[in-house]
Write a protein that binds this ligand. Structure first.
Ligand SMILES: [Fe+2]
Length: 421
């Protein structure tokens, strides 16, 4: 293992050998567990295929507002089973369409000026405004609160989100595109990295039925190579209508079973030669290697501009290859991440990349470059952020409220210190 900036960079061959060594003697237990799992996932597949897009849990933003900012219990139960959900009507469609127009003006204006065509932009004024939209931030807090801390000792605050800067997708009508099934937030690290491996303890013990996908204990302490922030949910805000056959996302809505499936199958399948093991950037869920996940993928139900789609960081997903809609299929990637010292450290780095107009820190590690947006105009400023935006992005200290307990106050203070306040 090579250590670079205090993060491990795996030697792939050595990492696979080490993983295999770790599981020596446990093959029978894992295989029996896997066989039970396949039966269960086949059952899920039947349910998902019978229900279609309606299988994805959905609520209205007002359901959360009228429930004191929390996800209603019946929805929370479904999210815990599936690992994904849609909150409808979070931002006014007109507002979202205005932001999309600003993103396109930034694209086309800078393309004309510099001759450089960048479509995966992160620093368009329209995106910066969307990220700090107050109703959206309330949804992030509600989503983060679906995770839990069994010991009560973990340093995290669910309802004080921290912002991970990501890009957007504007896919014009009929435009090809799409993405095969995959999982983000790390690849081989899930088997190999000591702390990451602990998140799946029950699965390694042959007891996948007891796996808790929502335990934050280890997640907030994962110092990974190319995913330095804990993203509780990946997510996007719809900037257009989207739905079946309109070039949008497909999700594998069985969080516990599908996670156990890709983790166990990789270990027990004799077809998994070294070349087929994932690298560090994510897990490609190839149809030939992980057929059941691909068969469980379902396109989300119809969404409108301003709806918020969220999925667990372990959840398999893909993007439809066909886009037969007559309008663009567009999203702004805005995940939900809670406050924790790990995420505060990321904000401290991200502040710098933001002010350079560069890609976020994780993206720079992956792509080995700051990106062409550093030559674009306007370069983002601190003043582009509202008071709320400044907190989310690490430009202003977090504050405590009258209802915050001592533990929360201490974590807020610790995170503020990391950010230099
Ligand atoms: Fe992805």
């Amino acid at each position: 293992m090579v250590v670079h900036q205090n993060v491990p960079i795996w030697d792939q061959k050595a990492a696979i050998a080490d993983v295999k060594n770790t599981f020596v003697g446990k093959e029978d237990a894992l295989k029996q567990s896997y066989d039970r799992l396949v039966q269960e996932l086949l059952k899920k597949k039947g349910e998902i295929q019978a229900a279609g897009p309606a299988y994805i849990p959905t609520c209205n933003y007002q359901d959360i507002v009228s429930n004191n900012g929390k996800i209603p219990d019946d929805l929370a139960k479904r999210v815990h089973e599936t690992g994904c959900f849609i909150i409808k009507g979070v931002i006014d469609p007109e507002e979202v369409l205005a932001r999309k127009k600003e993103i396109q003006e930034y694209w086309y204006g800078n393309e004309e000026r510099t001759g450089n065509k960048v479509r995966a932009v992160q620093n368009a004024p329209g995106l910066i405004k969307l990220r700090q939209q107050p109703d959206l931030v309330k949804c992030m807090a509600a989503a983060n609160s679906l995770w839990h801390d069994p010991s009560g000792e973990t340093e995290w605050v669910a309802d004080k989100p921290m912002m991970y800067i990501d890009g957007c997708r504007i896919r014009l009508a009929g435009q090809p595109g799409g993405m095969p099934a995959h999982v983000d937030s790390g690849g081989i690290d899930r088997w190999h990295h000591q702390a990451y491996r602990k998140c799946y303890q029950k699965i390694w013990q042959g007891k996948w039925e007891e796996h808790d996908a929502w335990d934050v204990t280890e997640r907030v302490n994962l110092h990974l190579q190319c995913n330095k922030l804990f993203r509780a949910f990946q997510g996007w805000v719809a900037m257009s209508e989207a739905g079946v056959d309109k070039g949008t996302i497909r999700l594998c809505p069985a969080i516990k079973e599908q996670t156990a499936y890709y983790l166990l199958k990789t270990l027990v399948d004799p077809e998994m030669t070294e070349k087929k093991w994932p690298q560090v950037h994510g897990i490609p869920l190839r149809e030939d290697l992980y057929p059941l996940i691909n068969e469980c993928l379902v396109t989300i139900p119809d969404v409108q501009p301003g709806d918020y789609v969220l999925w667990h960081c372990d959840l398999g997903h893909s993007v439809e290859y066909t886009h037969n809609g007559d309008k663009d299929s567009s999203v702004a990637y805005i995940p939900a991440s809670p406050m924790c010292p790990l995420n505060a450290s990321y904000l401290a780095e991200q502040r710098t990349t933001y002010l350079e107009g560069a890609k976020g820190p994780d993206f720079q590690i992956r792509d080995h470059e700051k990106g062409l947006e550093t030559t674009y105009e306007p370069i983002p400023k601190e003043d582009d952020l509202s008071d709320l935006g400044k907190q989310l992005m690490g430009f202003a200290p977090y504050t405590v409220g009258p209802n915050d307990d001592e533990k929360t106050k201490n974590i807020v203070q610790k995170c503020n210190q990391i950010l230099g306040f």
